[in-house]
Design a protein around this ligand. Sequence first.
Ligand code: FEO
Length: 403
Amino acid sequence: MYTVRKVTDDLYWVGANEHRLALFENIHPLTKGVSYNSYLLLDKKTVLFDTVDWAVCRQFLENVEHVLAGRKLDYLVINHLEPDHAASIDEIMVRYPETILISNERAFMQMRQFGFNIDDRYIQIEEGDTFSFGDHVVTFVYAPMVHWPEAMVTFDTTNGVLFSADAFGSFNSLDGVLFADEIDFDRDWLDEARRYLTNIVGKYGPQIQALLGKAGPVLPAVKFICPLHGPVWRKDFGYIIEKYDKWSRYEPEVKGVLIIYASMYGNTESAAINLASKLREKGVKDVVVHDVSNTHVSWLISETFKYSHVVLASVTYNLGIYPLIHNYLQDMKALNLQKRTFAVIQNGTWAPKSGDLIREFLDKELKEITVLQDELTIISSLNEEKEADVDSLVDSIIESMKE
Ligand code: FEO
């Protein structure tokens, strides 16, 4: 059965929701699914903007067929070629033999790499070109590395619809929702939007900044932002743009303390919670604690982008950093995390080394960070003799939060 929603009088959401996929990109856990958005414009010409993942192609085809209501599909605009959006291109081209693809040179090159059968049914555009579908005129803006090199956004200058590709997307299936103002986005979606952005495109902050800069002049004319995942924005643009601006500049959203611990038998955990308790006792309102062993690194990354201060508490394992903390550190590096203040707690029963190694990694591999000099070393378990060290670390963190 088709399920479509109207974005405007002549523009329809014809995407689909994915509930059965456990891991997005086969790496990031999905807890509430994800949507693959596609949009169909009924102008004098009919125009589809992007397709969907192969897993939901059947639903998508039903939606497209319903909205077309017997009309042929004239154009398919491809803004982004990652297969979660592009996998169904071939199927559309087979079912609608008169459809002409519209995209850029890099996208067509990638289509050939993926083995798509595009023949000569395509029009190659350049950045800044305009294209009329009848009443609607669109223009194309390249958005390289947001999130692949061929990525672009398409702006409909007639009705102010910005087809923003991966930008402004989010995890979570829509399940009947279309607009962000139909949900409590800040309460129910923001964490998944942050997890999506920071893990998928976090590395490319400068490129997101470049896109925001390019989009700046047209933003006053934007009336709808239609991303390829998650809800459509038709108001409160400032809210989501501010979030994207912060995330892509690697600026924390919250002045608070994120404590991540690795604990084999509960002793490092106990120290982490002792620290959290003392921070709260001294008035720090935002303190969160996560166990690296039962929190997927994609959530840890998202939280790390959120908070200003990060405490890493790790046992020493094979005379090194606990492997899951090491993996988390590697992800921070890969995703270009910057501008944070770190504190370190190390534990070891005969040769505590993890703290020194974490500190070395942070100093060497991350940019624009501060690592507090106060360091807590635990020998097997925290005891009263170390209480002064914990207090000193607490004071040092609080002092650094005043800056
Ligand atoms: Fe949702 Fe980069 O694809």
